[in-house]
Design a binder for this molecule. Sequence first.
Ligand code: FES
Ligand code: FES
Length: 154
Amino acid sequence: MANFKININGKSQNVDVDPSTPMLWVLRDHLKLVGTKYGCGVAQCGACTIHLDGTAVRSCQLTVSAVKDKEITTIEGLSENGDHPVQKAWLEHDVPQCGYCQAGQIMSASALLKRNPQPSDEEIERAMNGNICRCGTYTRIKAAIKTASDSQIA
Ligand code: FES
Ligand code: FES
C-alpha cells in the first residue's frame, strides 16, 4: 500500500492503494466515480476511457502510480452541467441504447475534438475504433460527433 495524491476533475484526492492498482478501480471503488465503466479489463472495449492531460486513455490499463501529477478527467468532470458540446450532441441524436459504453464513447469523442475540432470521417472512425458498442449505436455516435464538431465552429 502507498498513498497517492492525484488530480481528478479539478480536485486533489488522496488514496491509499497498491501502486499497481488500475485507475479504473481507484475511480470506481475508492472515489465512487462510477460513471467510468468496466467492460473487458484488457484495453479492448473502451468502456473505461478517461482523459489523462486531455488525452483519451484506458483506465483499466493505467496504474495509479503512473498518473503522477497529471490531470485526470472522468465523465463526471467533463462539464459542470452535462453541457459539453459532445454531451449536447449526444442528446440531440438520442445516441445511447443500453448506455453502458456511452461514457467511454463520449470521453473518446471529446478528446478527439479537443485535438482535432474538425475531424474527417476517417479520423472519426480511427479515433473511435477502440470503443465497442454492443448495441450498435455507431451511426448515431458518428452523427453526434459531426454535430458537436459543427457546433464548435458555429
Ligand atoms: S475495460 Fe478498459 S478497455 Fe475495456
Ligand atoms: S449503448 Fe449499449 S453497449 Fe453501447
